[in-house]
Design a protein around this ligand. Structure first.
Ligand SMILES: NC(=O)c1ccc[n+]([C@@H]2O[C@H](COP(=O)([O-])OP(=O)(O)OC[C@H]3O[C@@H](n4cnc5c(N)ncnc54)[C@H](OP(=O)(O)O)[C@@H]3O)[C@@H](O)[C@H]2O)c1
Length: 414
């Protein structure tokens, strides 16, 4: 029998218990083990809950029980979660988590401890909720030189952008609705300013390179400046607007000489992008997530599904439980070292831009960019253009020149 302890009986933790109990026969058959939830740790009591008898409040009961082989950390944060994860791994118990904050900040440290103690630290649910994306990167695509990852990996902002597109609504309006529906927190900063996406794309980029992409160094902007006006022009030009986390492998990613010469390995950004409506990622709507991965041999692949929510996220945690159950006492190698990957200076990277300006700025736009494409929407008193690919620093200089005639700007994903 394999005993499991769940730390944190909230949305995901209770989902883990539900998935294990509902699919127990299938889980036992596929792992060739008998899995049992032995403890559930939480701060609160759960009177009347069907698993009330498994609730404990002292983590040491779990840590000191040699019969617990797998721990699920579904508490969140990097305080107690850090302490408990470390203690469990040091005790030789595998840890499965949905906690992206922990994985982005302490992933390699936990992987190292797991290796030393012949157990595993698994985090499929930390990116894209129920979508299998971590394991495909580590296994199915392990032989590929992954060239690019682009992901819609935050359901809240995707819900908001989808609503803005469909209803012509403005940002503040859809934020209120997302909060009312429980999709957005009362303080929505982590979602709308792109911080959550930043942690997740940093995890994926780290797995792509086998090194650490430090999320604190990733250029990040969110959706709070996207307007209904931007959507009107995007639609006219055959685009939609999505918040993407992107990671592009550069020459030094897979070339020792270029790396030795100090060249950057990867360009990682989080930004609102105009995406052509016929690109597969443009079809990822509402709270759904999608990750587009390009390998040098396989070409384009895409992973789509529920990026959050109780059962989808718990399903990914339980996939990790199954993997740990099949490998008790054995560490599965994860290619993700603590060494930091060299990130490109975003100002030196190249992007095409959409700009919305006051009507009298057209001459200045065409003077600098004779090839700029003017987007025409009848009855408007502003103007909009698609500018050619340029270095970000050149765009910054142009934006300064336009001053308050620049009303909005978005990157274009191609
Ligand atoms: N919800 C999702 O859809 C989703 C999706 C993907 C990833 N995640 C990640 O999964 C993790 C859990 O999210 P969640 O939505 O399930 O959160 P949640 O509903 O707030 O659940 C967390 C639970 O952990 C308990 N807890 C917190 N600190 C504890 C401690 N020191 N000892 C014992 N119990 C403790 C909380 O108790 P109290 O309520 O009493 O504080 C709560 O019951 C987070 O890292 C989140 O980012 C969530």
């Amino acid at each position: 029998m394999i005993n499991i302890a769940v730390l944190g009986y909230g949305t995901v933790g209770s989902g883990v218990v539900e998935v294990v109990e509902t699919n127990k026969k299938q889980l036992n058959k596929k792992t060739q083990q008998e899995l049992n939830i032995k403890y559930i740790l939480d701060l609160r009591e759960f009177p009347g809950d069907p698993y009330e008898d498994k609730i404990v409040h002292d983590v040491d009961i779990i840590m000191n029980d040699p019969d617990v082989q797998i721990v699920c950390e579904t508490m969140g944060g990097t305080g107690a979660a850090y302490k408990f994860t470390k203690a469990a791994l040091e005790a030789g118990k595998s840890v499965c988590t949905s906690n992206k904050a922990m994985v982005a900040a302490h992933g390699t440290e936990m992987l190292e401890i797991a290796k030393k103690n012949n157990c595993n630290y698994m985090f499929e649910a930390s990116v894209g909720g129920g979508i299998p994306i971590i394991r495909p990167l580590m296994t199915s695509l392990c032989h590929e030189y992954v060239e690019e990852i682009a992901g819609i990996i935050n359901g809240t902002t995707n819900f908001m952008l989808t609503k803005m597109e469909r209803e012509g609504a403005d940002y503040a309006e859809v934020l209120k609705e997302a909060q009312k529906l429980g999709y957005a927190e009362q303080d929505p900063t982590a979602d709308v300013e792109g911080h959550d996406t930043c942690r997740k794309i940093s995890i994926l980029a780290s797995l792509m390179l086998g090194k650490t992409v430090n999320f604190e160094k990733v250029y990040t902007e969110g959706i709070s400046k996207v307007t209904a006006d931007d959507f009107a022009y995007a639609a006219a030009a055959g685009y939609t607007i999505k918040l993407l986390g992107t990671a592009k492998a550069l020459e030094a990613a897979y070339d020792d000489e270029a790396r030795a010469a100090g060249k950057a390995e990867v360009s990682v950004k989080v930004s609102s992008y105009m995406v052509p409506v016929n690109h597969p990622i443009a079809l990822v709507n509402d709270v759904m997530n999608g990750v587009f991965v390009t390998g040098n041999m396989v070409g384009e692949t895409m992973y789509y599904g529920s990026g959050a929510g109780k059962l989808p996220t718990a399903s990914a945690v339980v996939a990790d439980i199954a993997e740990c159950a099949k490998h008790v006492g054995e560490n599965i190698k994860v290619f993700w070292d603590a060494e930091e990957a060299k990130l490109a200076d975003y100002l030196e990277t190249e992007t095409a831009f959409f700009v919305r300006t006051s009507a009298d700025a057209a001459d200045a736009v065409f003077e600098q960019f004779p090839d700029a494409m003017n987007i025409i929407v009848d009855g408007r008193n502003d103007a909009a253009f698609i500018l050619p690919v340029m270095k970000e620093k050149d765009f910054v200089a142009f934006a300064e020149k336009l001053g308050d005639k620049l009303l909005g700007r978005l990157r274009i994903y191609a």
